[in-house]
Design a protein around this ligand. Structure first.
Ligand code: PMP
Length: 418
């Protein structure tokens, strides 16, 4: 498939990738005597100096627990933590800070909804719709819930390109459908789903929509009020922030209706042995001491991304994707899995009958980090009749030169096995 190129537009961006790379110290290191070519960004992204320095400053100078202290350090830590929430609210264009819940990551955000929304609204015979391209994190929590409740999990099909069949999706909706939970961008195929359209369709049937945004927030502009989805989940570490921190966005009126997720400190208003009342949003869903430094680091990461510009990043990464698609398509033995028209900068591929783990190992010897395996999407592997793929996933600090190095290394792999 031929993809459009945006060279002229990228040239206009005033985007200097070599300057950007200076912000990411790890990119200077070598692996097995070769310069690191980091193409495993869908698994986790590298961290800019500003995030590393911000988290280290916190521990060097500011460490304290939040919300309960009258002393200066506690008040400062609280201020920084809550300021991060404001940065995230702005980044997502949410309506208020009450809609931003800190979690451990995408997985916990989805489990939070499965546990709370599920407990309150899912009954025997009810239906939940997901798609064939979901990550295990957006399959297993619903399977657990459906098993507990006697509910039914329905799966919307995709085509050979890895695009969701929207008409088929709509046909799955019945009066029993209580929730739609879909991936925004596929971690295996790169496919970007038309979430706005899916939300419109679902809402016209009165069904709320949860979106797994783990692979979208770092690549395309995200606007909660425009998408109009009800819940949105993402992980800090996939958007240049720390691990162990993530976000659940939820519309306030819906979050207000949900029971708490975990019980403990911070999520209560008052406790007696007879009865506990719960705190206001967002604290109702943040039991126990949270990942304070993670939240602050995530705020710093999103500030960094905003400074570079999400639109700029999207355009540059599309250019990388177009280039990589062209260069890799020229290798006869290579087949790209996932050829949707709308894609993020991910290329999954198979090399004839060479096992992806062998590909990954040889690429590692060349200093190139890619991911191999099922990418936590086993049903998707089955859909394409393959056990695994090799996945190169690009970030805005990657270069065309690195794509050329990948291409040359793949040719070496083919030679070794021929
Ligand atoms: N969904 C998608 C699409 C993902 O790519 C990932 C991470 N690979 C997850 C969910 C889970 O994210 P985390 O492990 O950070 O909770």
């Amino acid at each position: 498939m031929e993809r459009d190129t945006n060279l002229a537009e990228v040239a206009k961006l005033n985007f200097d990738v070599e300057n950007i790379r200076k912000d990411f110290p790890i990119l200077n290191r070598s692996i097995k005597g070769k310069p690191l070519v980091y193409l495993d960004n869908a698994a986790t992204t590298q961290k800019p100096k500003s995030v590393i320095e911000r988290t280290s400053t916190y521990y060097l100078n500011e460490n304290s627990n939040i919300h309960r202290g009258v002393h200066t350090l506690s008040q400062l830590a609280t201020e920084y933590y809550e300021n991060s929430r404001s940065i995230i609210k702005k980044f997502l264009n949410a309506s208020s800070n009450e809609e931003i819940i800190f979690t451990r990551g995408t997985t916990e955000s989805i489990n939070l909804i499965a546990n709370t929304f599920g407990r309150k609204f899912i009954k025997e015979g009810d239906e939940i719709i997901i798609s064939h391209m979901e990550h295990h994190s957006n399959i297993v929590p619903w399977q657990i819930l459906c098993e507990e409740r006697g509910a039914i999990l329905k799966v919307a099909p995709i085509n050979e390109h890895g695009e969701l069949l929207i008409d088929e999706f709509e046909r799955l909706i019945t009066s029993k459908t209580k929730l739609v939970s879909l991936i925004h961008a596929s971690n295996t195929l790169g496919t970007i789903n038309l979430i706005k359209k899916i939300t419109e369709i679902s809402h016209s049937h009165g069904i709320p929509v949860l979106v797994d945004g783990a692979q979208a927030v770092s690549h395309i502009p995200i606007d909660m009020q425009d998408l109009d989805c009800d819940f949105y989940a993402f992980s800090g570490h996939k958007v240049y922030g720390p691990t162990g921190i993530g976000v659940l966005f939820g519309k306030k009126n819906l979050l207000d209706e949900l029971p708490p997720y975990q019980g403990g400190g911070d999520m209560i208003r008052s406790v007696t042995f007879e009865k506990t009342t719960y705190n206001d949003l967002p604290f109702k869903f943040e039991a126990g001491t949270p990942n304070i430094v993670g939240a602050i680091g995530l705020g710093e990461a999103l500030s960094y991304v905003s400074k570079v510009g999400v639109e700029t990043i999207a355009l540059y990464e599309q250019e990388l994707l177009n280039y990589a698609t062209k260069v890799l398509s020229e290798i006869n033995e290579l087949k790209i899995i996932g050829t949707a028209l709308e894609k993020t900068s991910i290329i999954s591929f198979v090399l004839k009958d060479i096992h992806p783990h062998d590909v990954g190992t040889i690429l590692d010897n060349e200093g190139i980090a890619v991911r191999t395996g099922h990418h936590c999407t086993q049903p998707l592997m089955k859909r394409f009749n393959i056990p695994a793929t090799t996945r190169a996933s690009f970030a805005f600090y990657n270069t065309k030169k690195e794509i050329d190095m990948l291409s040359e290394a793949i040719k070496k792999v083919i030679k070794v096995f021929s």
